[in-house]
Design a protein around this ligand. Structure first.
Ligand code: TRP
Length: 333
């Protein structure tokens, strides 16, 4: 960990396996940037409780599942600190301090909070759910992150974090950098249904740990251009889900496929086959790597423990500065 490298913090809620939307939305960026930045990856288990507080039984496996996904896609624990949110009490402490400088109105206007609460059918929200952007600000700032690679839906939370940081720095002392969001190449990958973004809760996802056969089957079911009935009908790639995936995962063949589709020279079945191979080429090395971690669960646990310990040190130092800035350091060491 070098002192002068800029810092990244980003992460996920452990609510199950990660999918291709996560991959092109943010994972790819994290893998690429981990050498250039001092990177922290948070497994936000407390944030997962905002929606899953009634079913904690799966949490422990879900945390390890996300960690395996990280390691399998090429997150290198020598370069990236992977940590478990609930094991850093300083994050909870920062959340309480920040809650004094965020208004309820700001949170109620947050578009992601609004659309998620509609999606989950909440007519009343818990305090924790409404306030999770505040806890996310604590995630981002405990390590003084400069850059936050995320999907597009997270932008309002980064904006909220910047507001908190500005207010804190102006009011007390300049402790934090103002973090910036970094959006992936495909911030909103469409799901297999062609309607909404790829998401576990909408059951329209291809997972990083799907088998070759599962990937092929899912693609066979994917929605294509509805105007195309006969194989030589001219197609409209701009409305086709399968073509969206070619753009994201099969850049080499994309142009040729687009042209052939428009001219009715390639049918949907053949086009889907090509996508299947491209995806399986991408996923195969990830599957191979995963085997090592499935067979050695203690490797994953070791990464989590070491990462969390390292993060805790950083968090302690930040809290010391925060308490000093807020004049809460009654008995300085
Ligand atoms: N809210 C993010 C998601 O649902 C997960 C997350 C928690 C996060 N803490 C974070 C992302 C801090 C970036 C930075 O995907």
């Amino acid at each position: 960990m070098s002192e002068n490298k800029k810092r990244i913090l980003t992460g996920d809620r452990p609510t199950g396996k990660l999918h291709l939307g996560h991959y092109v939305g943010s994972l790819q960026n994290r893998v690429k940037l981990q050498h250039e930045y001092d990177t922290f990856l948070i497994i936000a288990d407390v944030q997962a409780l905002t929606t899953n507080f009634e079913s904690p039984d799966k949490l422990s496996e879900d945390v390890r599942q996300v960690a395996r996904d990280y390691l399998s896609v090429g997150i290198d624990p020598e370069e990236t600190t992977i940590l478990i949110q609930s094991m850093i009490p300083e994050i909870a402490e920062l959340t309480v301090f920040y809650s004094m400088i965020v208004t309820v109105n700001q949170l109620q206007r947050n578009p992601t909070i609004k659309s998620e609460s509609a999606q989950y059918g909440y007519d009343e929200m818990t305090y924790g759910f409404l306030g999770y952007p505040v806890s996310q600000a604590a995630d981002i700032t405990f390590c003084k992150a400069d850059l936050v690679p995320v999907g597009e839906d997270q932008l309002p939370h980064i904006e909220q974090t910047r507001k908190i940081v500005r207010k804190f720095n102006n009011m007390y002392n300049k402790v934090f950098p103002e973090p910036e969001a970094l959006i992936g190449d495909f911030p909103r990958l469409v799901g297999l249904d062609g309607k909404s973004k790829m998401s576990k809760s909408l059951d329209n996802a291809i997972y990083l740990n799907d088998s070759q056969k599962e990937v092929e089957n899912k693609i066979q079911e994917a929605v294509t251009d509805p105007a195309r009935i006969r194989i030589d009908d001219p197609g409209h790639p701009e409305v086709c889900t399968v073509f969206e995936y070619h753009k994201a995962f099969n850049k080499e063949e994309m142009e040729e496929i687009e042209e052939n589709c428009r001219q009715g020279k390639i049918g949907c079945v053949a086009c889907k086959k090509k996508l299947g191979s491209a995806l399986n080429n991408l996923l195969e090395p990830i599957r191979e790597k995963r085997v090592k971690y499935i067979n050695n669960p203690s490797l994953v646990d070791e990464v989590l423990l070491t990462g969390t310990r390292k993060a805790r040190k950083v968090a302690r130092e930040t809290i010391r500065e925060v308490r000093e800035a807020m004049k809460l350091d009654y008995f300085p060491e």
